[in-house]
Design a protein around this ligand. Structure first.
Ligand SMILES: [Zn+2]
Length: 176
C-alpha cells in the first residue's frame, strides 16, 4: 500500500504540468466549494498572521496604499465620499431619534407634528449657535458630529422642526 502511495507521489512530481492542469480544472469545476474552503482554511491563523504583518510592515503598507491611491484616485475618492455620506446619514438619524423624531412646534401644521424625516431639520432653539455657523455648515460631517456630542452631553439647545415651522420661526425672528 505504501509502495503504491510512493509511486503515485513520484509520478505526480514527475508530471507537474499534468497536476497543474488537473488542479486548474478541478478549481474551475468546483469554484464555489474551493472559495469556501480557502476562505475558512486556517481562518484564525491567517487573521493572526495578517494582524502581525500589518504591525511589522506599517511603512511598506503606507507606501503601497499611497501608490494605490495615486493610481486609483477617482475610485478612492468615490468610496471615501460614499462612506462619509453613510456616516453622516447615521449620525443625522441618531440626532433625530434623540430629539424625538418629529417637529417640536406644538402648532405644527401637520397634525401631531410632522414626523417625515425628509422634512425635518435640526434647529438651534435660541437661534444662532453652531447651527448658523457657516464654517461648520460647510463641513456637514463635523457639524452633525458636534451637535450629536452636545446633545449626548445633555444640551437642550437643539430641537427638530419641520421645514415649514423652521421657515416661519426664522421669519418671525427676523433671521431672513
Ligand atoms: Zn412643524
Amino acid at each position: 500500500m505504501s509502495q503504491r502511495r510512493d509511486y503515485i507521489r513520484e509520478w505526480r512530481s514527475n508530471h507537474p504540468n499534468y497536476m497543474r492542469e488537473y488542479q486548474r480544472k478541478y478549481r474551475a469545476d468546483h469554484l464555489e466549494q474551493c472559495r469556501e474552503y480557502e476562505q475558512n482554511r486556517n481562518k484564525e491563523h491567517r487573521k493572526e498572521y495578517i494582524r502581525k504583518y500589518c504591525q511589522t510592515h506599517r511603512k511598506q503598507i503606507r507606501i503601497r496604499w499611497k501608490r494605490y491611491k495615486e493610481r486609483n484616485l477617482e475610485k478612492v475618492r468615490k468610496i471615501a465620499r460614499e462612506g462619509a455620506r453613510q456616516r453622516r446619514k447615521l449620525v443625522r438619524l441618531e440626532i433625530f431619534s434623540l430629539l424625538g423624531n418629529k417637529c417640536s412646534n406644538p402648532n405644527c401644521l401637520v397634525p401631531n407634528g410632522c414626523s417625515d424625516s425628509r422634512c425635518l431639520q435640526i434647529d438651534h432653539v435660541r437661534g444662532g449657535g453652531s447651527g448658523n455657523d457657516k464654517k461648520a455648515r460647510n463641513r456637514p460631517s463635523t457639524f452633525y458630529l458636534k451637535i450629536l456630542k452636545e446633545i449626548k452631553a445633555g444640551s437642550k439647545d437643539y430641537q427638530l422642526l419641520c421645514s415649514n415651522c423652521n421657515w416661519i420661526k426664522r421669519f418671525e425672528n427676523h433671521e431672513v
